[in-house]
Design a protein around this ligand. Structure first.
Ligand SMILES: Cc1ncc(COP(=O)(O)O)c(C=O)c1O
Length: 361
């Protein structure tokens, strides 16, 4: 019997379950379970990775200087207010590590991204969730849960897995009622896919308010999930604090090179966004026509309600047997739904065909 003891809050963590796939198979797999880009990385990024590979014996630039410069230029923000991470998960963890510990609370919405409670608990804090309304974060319910112990509020905007979002006005109205000592983290992992002009990824708000942080990722639009590359935008003080605690080489050199090249590939970005919009529209319509209730999404995925858990799970299994992998989201409190990421057009057609066949069984 081991004599060492794991911290109680860590023992209570339910491990994150990634989207399912199958490796080592020569058959075609349709993996639409993890909101990954359907086109793979940009060809410019692949070339940059190949070039960077031969320098892999060198430590990376610990400050990710070229990448931060490119991000600053593309987003019209200050270079010094950017921090890069091994995925935006890394920034989420650093924020919890720096600002939430034992006795503190980290607030998020009912169906919010699971890394918020996991990261909060990893650093000893208590995750608190607030009820949603119509599968959308409810500002009043969140505000009702704010108390002296609240240190961070995480809002995925749009949220994964629901795909719902707040407009800029909703964010600013919520922030105006939040105490100034509470940090509002706008997790804008899916910002590029939003087509509502009243939406903001939040960089303009970071410039106005020291207690707003924005996190972004290269895992979705840029198709670089396998490299682990994300970043955060915050005021001088928060960036300084996060830089003190991050590991000095938290972003590897190949990821940095791929990130810079991806940001230069406007054609790839445009193609990915317009393809996503088309697929999201197609899937929403076709699944609705099959009689499923589909939540309008602003992400690169949609969720469809099968009415009961057994029917949803039956469909997931039916698809899996046909090498189509979608996401079960019971862990998000949505066991009657399946989440489907937007893939290539023929992947969507094959998924629709299989779902339609399942619904007839
Ligand atoms: C809302 C949200 N935030 C953050 C992440 C993490 O992304 P990354 O791959 O950059 O760690 C995800 C990934 O699924 C997500 O859905």
């Amino acid at each position: 019997m081991a004599q060492f003891q794991t911290k109680k809050t860590i023992l209570d963590i339910a491990p994150y379950v990634p989207g399912e796939s199958k490796s080592g198979s020569s058959e075609r797999l349709i993996k639409i379970s993890s909101n990954e880009g359907p086109f793979g990385p940009s060809p410019l990024a692949v070339k940059a990775m190949q070039e960077a590979a031969s320098d892999a014996h060198r430590y990376p630039d610990g400050d990710a200087t070229a990448l931060r410069q490119k991000l600053a230029e593309k987003n019209n923000i200050d270079f010094k207010n950017i921090i890069c991470g091994a995925g935006s998960d890394n920034i989420i963890e650093l924020l919890c590590q720096a600002y939430a510990g034992e006795g503190d609370e980290v607030l998020y919405s009912q169906h919010g991204f699971l890394m918020y409670p996991i990261s909060a608990m990893a650093f000893g804090a208590t995750p608190v969730s607030a009820q949603e309304k119509d599968l959308t974060a409810d500002p009043q319910a969140l505000l009702d849960k704010v108390n002296d112990k609240t240190k961070i509020v995480f809002l995925a905007n749009p949220n994964n897995p629901t795909g719902t979002y707040w407009t800029r006005d909703q964010v600013t109205a919520f922030h105006a009622q939040l105490p100034e000592n509470v940090i509002l983290v706008l997790d804008s992992a899916y910002a590029e896919f939003v087509d509502d002009p009243n939406y903001t990824a939040g960089h303009d708000l970071v410039e106005q308010h020291d207690n707003i942080v924005v996190t972004r990722t290269f895992s979705k639009l840029y198709g670089l999930g396998g490299l682990r590359l994300g970043w955060g935008h915050a005021c001088d003080e928060i960036i300084d604090i996060l830089n003190r605690i991050r590991s000095p080489f938290n972003v590897n050199a190949i990821a940095q090179a791929a990130g810079v090249a991806s940001l230069e590939d406007d054609a790839f970005v445009e193609k990915s966004i317009s393809h996503n919009k088309e697929m999201r529209h197609l899937m929403t319509k076709e699944l609705s026509d099959l009689g499923l209730s589909v939540v309008p999404s602003q992400g690169n995925f949609i969720i469809a309600d099968f009415g009961d858990e057994a029917r949803a799970e039956g469909c997931r299994q039916f698809l899996k047997e046909r090498n189509i992998f979608v996401r079960q989201i019971g862990g998000y409190g949505l066991p009657t739904y399946l989440r489907i990421s937007m893939g290539l057009k023929d992947e969507m057609e094959l998924a629709l065909e299989a779902i339609s066949a399942y619904l007839k069984t």
